[in-house]
Design a protein around this ligand. Structure first.
Ligand code: 1HE
Length: 258
C-alpha cells in the first residue's frame, strides 16, 4: 500500500508531528495516504500528549487525489467515503488533541482534514475552497458534518455552489481557523500550542475532545447530565486535586490578561 511513504511521523518529547510529505502533488490525499493517517493516529505512542498536523511544501493539502477518482460504482464510492470517515474519526476522536498548521491551499478534502483537527493555525498564505462543486462531485470526507459546524450551512452552500474562495483573514474571521499568523510561522505556532496543550491534565483534554462536541449536539437536558458526569470524573483525578491545591497554595500561575 502506498501512502506511508507520503506521511512522516516525528516524536518530539510528548508531541507528535505528523506531516503530509507529498508536496509534488500538493499533498493530495491518495487512498494509501488516508489509510496511513488512520494508522498513525490509531497507533500513536502512549507517551504522546498532543499532535501537530502539517503539510510539506507551499500547500497544506489539495484534497482528494483526483487521479484515483476513476471508474467507481456507487457501492465503491460509498465505501471510499466511509474510509475517509474512519480515518478522520481516528484523528478527531483519537488519543490526543491535534493542532493543524495551515498554509497555502486548504481545499476540498484538505479542508475536510483540517476540520477534523481540534485547533487550526493558519498563516497569511492560506486559502480555503470546496472545488467539489465544480468537479461535479460532493464532499465525502465528513465535510458536510464538520464544515457547517465551523462556518454554518449558508456559507458552505455558497462555497460549493459558486466556487467561492476565502483568504486567510476572512477564514479566521469566519471560524475556519482559531489563529492567524504571519507567512511561514504556522508550524512554529502550532507546535507552541501543542506543547501547551500537552501540559493539561489528560482527562481535561479527553473531556474536551470526546465530550464537548457530543454535548453540543445533545438536547440541553442530556448535555447537562453528560457535563455533570464528565466534570465529576475529571475533578476526581489526583492530578486535578494537585493542580487545585497548587493554586490555593500560591504555587500555580494566575490567569493573566490576554
Ligand atoms: C493533484 C491534485 C489533486 C494537485 N489530485 N493531483 N481538489 C482540487 O480540485 C484541487 C486541485 N488542485 C489545485 O487546484 C491546485 O493544484 C492547487 C491550487 C492546490 C495548487 O496549485 P499549483 O499551481 O501550486 O500546483 P499544480 O501545478 O496545479 O499541481 C502540481 C501537481 O500536483 C500536478 O501534477 P503534475 O504531475 O502535473 O506535476 C497536479 O496535477 C497535482 N495535483 N492537486 C491529484 N487534488 C473525500 S472527498 C474529497 C473531494 C475533494 O477533495 S475534491 C477537490 C480536489
Amino acid at each position: 500500500m502506498t501512502g506511508a511513504k507520503d506521511l512522516d511521523l516525528q516524536i518530539r518529547d510528548d508531541v507528535a508531528v505528523v506531516r503530509l510529505t507529498r508536496p509534488h502533488k500538493r499533498n493530495a490525499l491518495s487512498d494509501g495516504l488516508i489509510f496511513a493517517l488512520r494508522d498513525t493516529f490509531q497507533n500513536l505512542p502512549g507517551t504522546v500528549r498532543a499532535a501537530v498536523l502539517d503539510g510539506e511544501g507551499e500547500h497544506f493539502c489539495a484534497g482528494l487525489d483526483l487521479s484515483e477518482l476513476k471508474e467507481r460504482d456507487a457501492g465503491q464510492g460509498l465505501h471510499h467515503s466511509r474510509s475517509w470517515h474512519v480515518a478522520l474519526e481516528a484523528l478527531q476522536y483519537g488519543p490526543v488533541p491535534v493542532v493543524a498548521a495551515l498554509h497555502g491551499a486548504v481545499v476540498g478534502g484538505g479542508l475536510e482534514l483540517a476540520s477534523a483537527c481540534h485547533v487550526r493555525v493558519a498563516d497569511s498564505t492560506t486559502f480555503y475552497a470546496l472545488p467539489e462543486g465544480s468537479r461535479g462531485i460532493f464532499v465525502g470526507g465528513g465535510g458536510s458534518v464538520r464544515i457547517p459546524r465551523l462556518i454554518g450551512v449558508p456559507r458552505m452552500m455558497d462555497m460549493m455552489l459558486t466556487g467561492r474562495v476565502y483568504n486567510a483573514a476572512d477564514g479566521e474571521r469566519l471560524g475556519f481557523a482559531q489563529y492567524l499568523v504571519d507567512e511561514g510561522t504556522a508550524f512554529d505556532k502550532a507546535l507552541e500550542l501543542a506543547r501547551r496543550i500537552a501540559e493539561n491534565a489528560p482527562l481535561t483534554n479527553y473531556s474536551l475532545m470526546h465530550a464537548l462536541p457530543r454535548i453540543a449536539e445533545q438536547p440541553a437536558d442530556h448535555g447537562f447530565l453528560t457535563e455533570g458526569l464528565m466534570s465529576a470524573i475529571a475533578q476526581a483525578a489526583p492530578e486535578a486535586k494537585e493542580r487545585v491545591r497548587a493554586f490555593l497554595e500560591g504555587r500555580a500561575a494566575k490567569v493573566s490578561r490576554g
